[in-house]
Ligand binder design. Sequence first.
Ligand SMILES: [Zn+2]
Length: 319
Amino acid sequence: MIGVDLGGSAIRLGVINDQGRLFGFKSIEIPQSRKKEVVLSLITEGIRKHIQDQISIGNNVLAVGIGSPGIINPDKGLVVTSPNFPGWTNVPLKSLLEKSFNLPVFLDNDANSAAFGEKWRGAGRRVNSLVCLTMGTGIGGGIILNGEVWRGAHGMSGEIGHITVNPEGPKCNCGNYGCLESYSSATGMVRSAIGSIKKGTRTILLRLTTGEIKKIDAKLIHEAAIKGDRLSLNILKEAGMYLGIAIANLMNILNPDMIVLTGAVTGSWDFFMPAAQLEVRKRALKTIVGRTRIVKGKLRGTAGIVGAAGIAWRQSGHI
Ligand SMILES: [Zn+2]
């Protein structure tokens, strides 16, 4: 199978065998304009190259699995809308690619793909149920129940980034107020930092960006926290606290075997996790807390590719 993880800044893809091993990993940069035609042709060319490579060494490609951000209709194979690609409305990605390659194509949400990747070959190999949170620019969620992706009645399940964690919180991109994503994503933490700086909070973040507030990103907040910057430490603690509230709710609703956290923000694990754990212990039912593991994803940057291909393997009946 070819696995494709469509991100906002890059298309990452590779070949995945039925054991979940990844070969020929490639990352194709997406130009800033993110024009639909350009992105589609980059995806097509990337897949074509992989298929040709496989044929040249005598391997047979059976299908393509693709994980895309945004609202996906997996049955119809549509990217309904995607925050990363303005102007993408009801793009029939599945049928476009099927026509190009004459192969079955399986399209799913990128967070569902990452969750399935962690279940199939990552941290969740030995469990039946897990919730996977992808913490990056935004927060994506994927739910695995009885070993399968739970997509919900309308393919909309797992929007964990948009759980309300503070009714009085700031406005989120989705239009709601106080979503988890507004606090515990990279974007949310940067928003908190800039808000505090504008209110006059002292921080070394300004010195690290030579006064250019726009240059503050989550990586810089992490670096400042290492240096003991009070504001950065507090922002990461707050991100952890709200994450803990969300995790406690997930545990109480679903009682999963495991919560898996992946994505760039987990690089700051030691700074946000104590606050998250504290909140989980406070809010999740006592009988659940000690029995639900909260772990880092094991597949690092490849969960989406492995999972997209894994879903294709599963849905075509091979695994
Ligand atoms: Zn939201």
